[in-house]
Write a protein that binds this ligand. Structure first.
Ligand SMILES: Nc1ncnc2c1ncn2[C@@H]1O[C@H](COP(=O)(O)OP(=O)(O)OP(=O)(O)O)[C@@H](O)[C@H]1O
Ligand SMILES: [Mg+2]
Length: 713
């Protein structure tokens, strides 16, 4: 076809500009413009179609726009190119009109010399000038369409094709896609999980090629609440996924999130500690138990001495506090019983620390107790009742003196009772519970902490929880980090899948929060250490449960809000440390607004709910909203990509993911189960054994703990 440029334009002409204002351009279609399919563009293309692309030559460039709506208007004076009249009488005639939504400009790249019949184009967002009334409107050629959809640089990974643009390839730049957080939103079954698994897989396949068939130094951490993703990456040895779950099968690993990783906020939410009495004591207990590192690993003599020093310092601080407040001077405060508790505890330590003069402390306490103790017989029960009278200042001074002398012998008092309570140092849950109990007795607040202590103990007694949170096989922080975030050069694989599906609901939020925070903090430390970041992507499926908007309230910090806060922090600061977020959710309106507003790219699948649609409308500027009107009717596997990762919002038909690489989220097969076989004729059976389920159910954490306590008494 040897057409002159002028002929080309006239062959592609479909109408002319009929109305122009700064925010609206209307086009009147020619009567002979295609009715359903355009044949003149080099390939069959549906036209006219909402959201299809059109061009208007303005000055030297082409103004690119999308069709926002189409309509038919009755007009008294139909016009037709070449021929002015239809018949003898001017009858009203249906004319087609459309609204043209300008998106950007397509410019011809200047080539060396002569007339260029096959020019290259470059697309840019924004329109320099608006057309005038009467300007020609044309269909883009294949090449022009490609230049529009395939605009942008470093488009390394193909994620799909664009059905609106002659199936041009849609490619993304991973730096843009993952570097500034991505939200994948859409109804259930619209293809979010497939898209997420696909994005990881296609990026990795491209990277493997670019890295000469070696394993890419990539890190994806997938938090998988439904246990869907393990299938999507199984059997791939180059990318290689490590799977962490409760009750792992062969080749998978135990999910471990030891309780000594948790920071004090996570502990508070987990134990539901109240702000006034419980939280300060819990924090102190954490500090002290971490300082003592009681019962974990082998301690040197120096470690032990330090532990004793901290222990005695803490006792001295308690005694001084009571002395200052005058607590010991009355009987009502039950100061005597607290002293007795300290004595019992100290006596247990006497043997272990005999060389450090603890005996003088116990002696001082004993003599004070002896001087004040009294017994009488209760008239009603006939049993002897022991109580303590008021103590004198001398008693207290003697105890203080003895404590101070002992402390001086081992290095003096330590005012700060331990390391920061948030440092991940190993300790065992039982030690913490014991220590809180001691402190609570010391402070005479045991009645306020009973519930909290019982809660910790009952969780520790439950086998399901214990495997996740107790440190039964001496896991070190270093091991955990290389297992989960990956070794040097990702030798142990590029993807870790953390299957949360069998984590008991009571701790699933804390566990998720801890994993996300540990990932963030370790990358933060990596940057501090190395001066450069270690690019990592944290993927959170079903984000509406873990990144759920919450009420800001200092009093009530439940696990869900603690979890959301971690993601908010990652959303705000993650980029600096190379941590990108990918969130997938079916209820965008329930997500934390802070996190959503930090997402720079969106992959929008079908969204039919009004509130969710309104929400995503707000992400895009006015002139780009047209495309989003298609959201309620998108077929699955189709999505609109917009934001930082894409020059223009584009409708993408995502690459096909073969069944074996899809996340497992099969719809329940009602019919197959009803009739006992699936479509292929394979028998399906579903035996029921409620007895096993009931037994397992009733052996839940609380019931189990109760029976254990009963055994002990
Ligand atoms: N890229 C794709 N390739 C092949 N099939 C796909 C693709 N995307 C979606 N599908 C089909 O759509 C179905 C649903 O997809 P998917 O499980 O990803 O939905 P979802 O949005 O994650 O749903 P939910 O919110 O319930 O988790 C899949 O089982 C698959 O058959
Ligand atoms: Mg899903």
């Amino acid at each position: 076809m040897n057409q002159t440029p002028f002929e080309q334009v006239s062959a592609l002409r479909i109408g002319m500009v009929d109305f122009v204002s700064p925010d609206e351009i209307k086009v009147l279609l020619d009567i002979d413009a295609p009715e359903s399919v355009a044949l003149n563009t080099g390939a069959l293309r549906p036209f006219p179609r909402v959201n299809g692309y059109l061009l208007i030559p303005v000055d030297e460039a082409l103004l690119v726009g999308q069709v926002e709506w189409l309509t038919v208007e009755r007009s008294a004076f139909p016009k037709r190119r070449g021929m002015q009249d239809f018949g003898l009488v001017d009858l009203p005639y249906p004319l087609r009109k459309l609204r043209f939504n300008p998106l950007g400009t397509l410019r011809k790249l200047v080539s060396e010399g002569g007339l260029d019949l096959h020019p290259e184009y470059a697309f840019r967002r924004g329109a320099d000038a608006l057309p005038s009334v009467g300007a020609t409107v044309v269909l883009p050629t294949e090449k022009q369409l490609r230049s529009i959809v395939e605009s942008g640089e470093q488009r390394r990974v193909k994620i799909g094709t664009s059905p609106l643009a002659g199936d041009a390839e849609v490619r993304i730049d991973p730096n843009r896609m993952f570097g500034r957080h991505l939200a994948v939103l859409g109804n259930t079954g619209s293809g979010k999980s497939c898209s997420v698994a696909g994005l990881i897989r296609w990026s990795m396949e491209e990277a493997v090629q670019a890295h000469k068939q070696n394993r890419p130094n990539a890190r994806f951490i997938v938090l998988d609440p439904n246990g869907e993703y393990s299938r999507a990456f199984s059997g791939d040895d180059v990318v290689k996924a490590r799977i962490f779950k409760v009750n792992p099968s062969e080749g998978e690993f135990d999910l471990k999130v030891p309780l000594w990783f948790w920071n004090s906020a996570e502990w508070s939410s987990f134990t539901q500690a109240s702000a006034r009495t419980q939280r300060p004591l819990l924090r102190r207990a954490l500090r002290e138990v971490k300082a003592g590192r009681t019962g974990v690993g082998t301690e040197t003599n120096e470690d032990k001495k330090l532990a004793l020093r901290r222990y005695l310092s803490s006792r001295l601080i308690t005694i001084r506090k009571s002395a200052r407040s005058g607590l010991f001077q009355t009987e009502e405060t039950k100061f005597g019983f607290r002293l007795k508790a300290i004595l019992d505890d100290l006596e247990k330590k006497c043997e272990e620390f005999s060389a450090h003069g603890i005996e003088s402390i116990t002696d001082a306490i004993k003599s004070a107790l002896e001087a004040t103790t009294h017994t009488f017989t209760d008239k009603e029960t006939g049993k002897p009742v022991e109580y303590y009278r008021a103590f004198t200042e001398t008693h207290i001074n003697q105890i203080e003196e003895a404590l101070r002398t002992a402390l001086d012998g081992i290095g003096g008092i330590i005012h700060h009772e331990g390391p920061d309570e948030d440092v991940p140092l190993a300790f065992s849950g039982t030690d913490l519970a014991d220590h809180i109990e001691i402190l609570a007795e010391d402070e005479n607040v045991i009645q306020y902490l009973d519930f909290l202590i019982t809660r910790i103990r009952s969780f520790l007694a439950s086998p399901q929880m214990r495997t996740i949170i107790e440190n039964e096989d001496d896991l070190t922080l270093e091991d955990w980090l290389s297992d989960h975030i990956g070794e040097s050069n990702a030798q142990n694989g590029c993807v870790s899948i953390i299957d949360l599906s069998l984590v008991p609901t009571e701790i699933v939020h804390v566990v998720t929060a801890v994993i996300a925070r540990m990932t963030f903090e370790s990358l933060q430390r990596y940057v501090k250490e190395n001066g450069a970041s270690l690019p990592t992507v944290l993927v959170m499926d079903e984000a509406h449960t873990f990144v759920k908007r919450y009420k800001e309230d200092i009093e009530n910090q439940d696990a869900a809000s603690i979890c959301c806060q971690v993601f908010e922090r990652i959303a705000r600061e993650g980029r600096k440390f190379g941590l990108g977020l990918v969130l997938s959710s079916q209820r965008p309106s329930e997500l934390s607004p802070t996190v959503l507003s930090q997402c720079n790219s969106f992959l929008l699948h079908r969204i039919s709910n009004d509130r969710d649609q309104d929400l995503v409308q707000r992400f895009v500027p006015d002139n780009l909203r047209g495309l989003l009107r298609e959201l309620p009717s998108l077929p699955s596997q189709n999505a609109i990509l917009l934001g930082w990762a894409s020059e223009l919002p584009v409708l993408v038909k995502m690459n096909d993911l073969p069944q074996s690489q899809q996340p497992r989220s099969d719809d329940p097969d009602f019919w197959g189960v009803w009739v006992g076989q699936d479509d292929a004729g394979t028998p399906i059976s579903r035996e029921v054994d409620w007895q096993r389920i009931a037994a397992d159910w009733q052996a839940g954490p609380v019931a189990e703990n109760r029976s254990k306590e009963e055994d002990e008494t």
